[in-house]
Design a protein around this ligand. Structure first.
Ligand code: ADP
Ligand code: ZN
Length: 562
């Protein structure tokens, strides 16, 4: 009843009310037309054929003829009568069967449907909503983040100013509130004070506005992306708790995997004093050896927790051979990495990395390599207006002679980081063909490109969306997991009750979930890296595990919730 009243109320407001008046006038016109035809019908019947009909019969005749029903029970038998009937039929078709439905659709049905569609957008979240994540701005990164939230059943709402985009998102089944970002009432509508986190993923000025507006209302933590790393302090001042310079991080991830220089340059992430590093086998004394013979553990104390080979990751066994083009994932302390560096030596001098694309990410990769004294050459078809430091070779990298002339044959590493995925795929294909042994790291702007880049021959693909989403999720979960690269994560979990007192071998963690224990973190003292299978799992310790996202999920459902 209430909904019918709401729908009826729509027709009594604004333009709908105007349209209703037009419809009334048109109907009055039609009634008048029928009456006139009825009177004419009576008069013609009487004068031409001497037959008498009532006014009601006249109206009945006019309506059946105008609507082309023409039952044939009352008909003229004279030429003039036929002509009159034809005129009535044609005018009926035009005014009753064409103009009336057309008017009804364009003046009522279409605006009403549009009104209904607009009304699909909720104006505010239900009062009881809490613990949700408020996301400003939707792109590949926040979409990947939303995927993670949905997998963990964490509620969220997307805030967006573009109405059409908002409706598209609602059609996808997402919770959306539409409004102006500078409007404080919008924040009240998304119940920001009761939210778990706010994610600001718009331009730097817009993110700053969001931070200031949120802070004027409540202390809900805010994670904000920034385009320009120099804006970090500004955003912190505006109220952001976490500032993510994503381009810088992506540049660093690409650079770390492209170079063969010293071990300490390869640290990807850290859990307290436990560092996770990725180091190419190439150039180390371990090349071609089995893991057991390489004796990395005995010589440095570092644990090899994984091996990458052209996009596929595996947890090694003692007999795994360390191929020259593979990359070792190591876990250990800074001191242990230093002893590895002594063993392998600093190899920056004979290294040369080509960076294709001098945008923000390419520039960040160059800055990282520069700091590690790794020689590099940048190629871009146009100037980077915000960088005056790096010398660039100008030319379209997809044209073969441009890279040849720049001396790509001498390169040991290659970073493909243009803003266009098909260009990246093409450059990966062409470079892999030209230089089969080059260490090739590519950036994926869209998730779909990850697989294609691997197939084109990339050794590593760093995806903007997964890195961004991974970082956001780390922040949300207070760094429960570290991002390594596509498809593998190192994550931290408190020891589940069900495993207390068991040895690692008894716990059957690897057969049950596929995850491997990287280290054990006691409540006090140093972490135990790569613990042997007979280590007993004591109450209160924290596990650091490595696995694919699916295995991580399995750990959470099969072990943790037990
Ligand atoms: P981001 O800042 O995310 O790295 P940008 O769009 O700023 O992305 O940078 C991408 C860079 O890649 C631009 O400087 C662009 O000129 C460059 N680029 C794109 N296609 C080619 C190409 N075919 N050859 C060389 N450079 C390219
Ligand atoms: Zn630069």
């Amino acid at each position: 009843m209430k909904t019918i009243a709401v729908e009826l109320a729509y027709f009594l407001r604004g333009r709908a009310r105007q349209n209703l008046k037009v419809l009334m006038l048109y109907c009055a016109f039609l009634v008048a037309m029928i009456l006139i035809y009825a009177l004419l019908f009576r008069s013609l019947m009487w004068n031409l054929e001497g037959r008498e009909f009532s006014l009601i019969a006249g109206i009945y005749w006019a309506i059946t003829v105008m609507t082309t029903l023409g039952f044939g029970d009352i008909t003229f038998h004279t030429d003039l009568g036929y002509i009159f009937a034809a005129v009535v039929t044609v005018s009926g078709v035009i005014f009753l069967l064409i103009i009336l439905p057309f008017g009804l659709i364009s003046l009522f049905l279409a605006p009403w449907i549009e009104h209904r569609l607009r009304n699909r957008l909720a104006a505010e979240l239900p009062k009881e909503t809490s613990g949700h994540v408020v996301i400003f701005g939707i792109d590949a990164i926040t979409r990947a983040f939303i995927g993670k939230l949905q997998a963990r059943h964490i509620p969220f709402v997307i805030v967006i100013s573009d109405h059409d985009e908002a409706l598209r998102l609602v059609d996808e089944g997402l919770r959306v509130i539409c409004g102006s970002l500078t409007d404080a009432s919008l924040l009240t509508a998304v119940r920001v004070a009761a939210a778990r986190y706010v994610v600001a993923n718009l331009s730097d000025p817009e993110n700053a506005t969001i931070c200031l507006t949120v802070r004027s209302l409540c202390q809900t933590p805010i994670a904000s992306f920034i385009d320009d790393p120099e804006h970090g302090n500004l955003l912190r001042q505006a109220g952001a708790n976490q500032v993510i310079a994503l381009h810088k991080i992506l540049g660093r991830y690409l650079a770390i995997r492209s170079t063969t220089c010293g071990a300490l340059a390869h640290v990807l992430d850290s859990f307290g004093d436990l560092l996770i590093a990725e180091i190419p086998v190439h150039g180390t004394p371990f090349s071609g050896e089995t893991l057991e013979n390489a004796g990395i553990r005995q010589r440095t104390g570092l644990a090899v927790i994984g091996i990458w080979e052209r996009g596929s990751f595996m947890v090694p066994t003692r007999d795994t051979q360390l191929k020259d083009h593979a990359l070792l994932v190591l876990a250990g302390s800074r001191a242990q990495l230093e002893s590895l560096e002594q063993l392998t030596g600093e190899r920056a001098k004979d290294d040369l990395v080509f960076i294709l694309g001098h945008g923000r990410i390419g520039c960040a990769a160059a800055t990282f390599l520069e700091r590690k004294s790794v020689p590099f050459i940048l190629v871009d078809r146009s100037e980077n207006p915000s960088c005056t430091e790096h010398i660039t070779i100008y030319g379209d990298a997809t044209i073969r002679h441009v890279l040849k002339d720049a001396g790509i044959d001498q390169a040991r590493g290659l970073i493909v980081t243009t803003n266009d995925d098909s260009t990246n795929i093409f450059l990966t294909l062409a470079s892999r063909q030209l230089l089969p042994h080059i260490r090739l790291v590519a950036r994926a702007n869209r998730e779909e490109a990850v697989e294609q880049l691997y197939r084109a021959g990339a050794d590593f693909v760093v995806s903007n969306a997964s890195v961004g989403a991974g970082i956001l999720f780390n922040i949300l979960e207070s760094k429960a997991s570290a991002f390594l690269t596509e498809g593998v994560s190192v994550f931290r979990r408190p020891l589940p009750e069900s495993l207390v007192g068991q040895t690692i071998a008894d716990s059957q963690l690897r057969p049950r979930t596929g995850c491997s224990i990287v280290a054990l973190e006691p409540t006090h003292g140093d972490s135990l890296v790569s613990p042997p299978p007979d280590t007993r799992l004591e109450k209160g310790i924290t596990l650091i595990l490595i696995g694919t996202p699916a295995q991580e999920e399995l750990f959470d459902t099969a072990i943790r919730d037990h």
